[in-house]
Design a protein around this ligand. Sequence first.
Ligand SMILES: [Zn+2]
Length: 792
Amino acid sequence: MSHTTNATKRNQTVTVHLHDPLPAGETTTLTLYFTGLLNDSMAGFYRSSFTDPSGQKHFLAVSQMEPTDARRAFPCFDESALKSTFSITLIAAKHLTCLSNMDIKSIQPTHQPDKKKVLFNTTPKMSTYFVAFLVGELTVLETTIYRIPVRLFATIGTDLTRLGSFALELTARTLAFYDEQFDNPFPLPKMDIVAVPDFVGAMENWGLVIYREADLLLDLETSPVTSKQRVVLLVQHELAHQWFGNLVTMEYWDGLWLNEGFATWMAWYACNAFYPEWGVWQMYVAEKLQRGLSLDGLRSSHPIQVPLRGEDEIGQIFDDISYAKGACVLPMIAGALGEEVFLDGVRLYLRRHAYGNATTEDLWAALTEASGQNVGAMMHAWTRKPGFPVLTVTEDETMNTIHVRQTRFLATGDLKPGEDGTIYPVSLGLRTTEGITTDLMLTTREGTFPIPDLNFFKLNANHTGFYRTAYSPHRLKQLGEAAAQRFLPVEDRVGLIADATALAAAGHQHTPDILSLLTTLKHEHEYIVWKQILTSIATMHAAWLHDPSIQTALLAFENDLTIDEHDSHITRQFKALLFNRAVLTGDKIAQQAADNMFTAFRTGQRSAIHPDLRATVFEHALLKGGESEYNTILEEFRTAPTSDDRITALAALGYARDPHLVHRTTCVLLSDEVRLQDIHVPMTTLRTHPNGVEALWTWITDNWDVVKERLSSGLVVLTMVVGLCTSGFSTEEQRDKVEAFFRERGTEGFDRAVGQSLDEIRMKARWVERDGEEVGRWLEGRGGNRAGGGWG
Ligand SMILES: [Zn+2]
């Protein structure tokens, strides 16, 4: 039939105009002939490369469609709501492995003798963004412990028995676990997981999950324990997506939290079932919850059900609001309904929308049906509005009551009239001498509640609620003492410190009160509580980065807190953390030990540095040393045997502070040596010192056109890089500089990142201005510069 075809680049669409009308009631087939470019920008169908041990370079063809890049690979209705079946055929050289979502139906010859034609079975109905195919020289490891084949692929030359067994078995066991939990067996005939050299994070393609090498390949004997934990959580996250995302898909990207929130939460749930001794829910309070609260406490935050203004905004919402706040909202509901009822609702939701799409309202409907409670009414403010409340608690001793008032929390502490219109339904989770009361709700601006004994109470038991609580100085002190005597569980101790720090930064509580609280907790013995204590101090280091006397005094304060010979029962992680702070806060014995390890390492004894301590030893060597130490670590980055080791070395380079070395580090950023997905690694360490913060700004402004060009194909990376290069600043003048620069050049596609940076800078500037003198006095009062610092 005669026709004309127009392609519009701006709308990313093709329009086919038929010159004659189609006959009514008949089926018509549209056949599109197209070619595509195997690009180098990690989007759509792209080219990745690796060098084998003999130095020969090989290429791989890999796909990454989420969110809207399937259209780069083939013409399609590239919308999550328009599901279809896919019959994929790949033609490739005979020695290459060809993979796709489904298993192979047949392999046929082609008219070229060195090529083969691989036909895959037709998929079930699915969205375009998790269609996948991959071609390359791969090696494989297979397990049959699950009811369908599970295979792990990596580039040839990889020792899969040593590096792949852990992730492979974990994948098989997790699939079996989810089959049972969801009461809905994984529907595809096989599961392949692949480790590729060039990849941003991981992608949950149905039946063909792709990871970057460092996130999947693990040598249990030489890897730090943190790598094992990262692999477990990531694998269980991607596998949860096989149900939340692939089987039931969000209607549109404004419902991304349904995918990411559920997958994040399920990963913690599964990890807790597999490794109960890891205390993952404690880590959850310390990490995910805090990450969600800090981002959502900025004025530039967005609701987790985010209204999108266009396609270019989709990349930006793959952030911690969708991931972390999304995941934190779910335990709040589970807490209110009871875990079993909650899971019943989830199973109903999966059954009802399998092979289809769903909205947040569909989830509320299923949970409401399973529980008989109006879940939508309880949750709307949490998912449709940005932010969360701070509950200010006052006490009335004559009446034995507490008064609780909610206002929106802003990290910058400058709430304006009109910004406090949302009332969040808050479960108070009241902990008293009589235990925990779960059914107390604050559904209005303020309320008064009786307390059995005012000597002991705390809100937000176990910190399952997504809010912060501000107490009077007297109550905070009492709670600190209760925490020191272990009357509060680990979750509450972590949450109490995190809340007090954020509230001090925002001006709701006094900063010296948090320093006193940390002193009270000096004899704490849990790793995760210590981690939170040190995070709090690090937050202060970042705000007072340009004040050398406060920096020195804080290090001395920290040294007093952390070095205690009577500690026992410490885990590997705890030891590594203590070693890190001992070396960097100036402990002579620990520094001598670090020096010895580095010297031995330079003579070729790799095992001289325990893997858990490697990052710290490198950091110390760079703070203390010069060009020669720098060159050793740069060489380690270039030649280390595993990508985990290379990334540790790359991260360490950012710690060098000599301007010449800082310049060398920024020069590496855009070189061929750093893969696009790792560009942020040295940036996060450059941000820890003033020279690095300045250098990042100089780097991004000098190279803006190149940076924008190179990174804009994946807006996620550009957004992250813009944030890292700007948010290290801490004064209003620097803030103005950032604002002016981007005002001139436009921020289309990454305006949220700029907004978040501007908010963060203002928060620090206001905090220092408000509390600077008081903090100086407090630290002075305990002996000031006594111990001397070790920050190079
Ligand atoms: Zn995900």
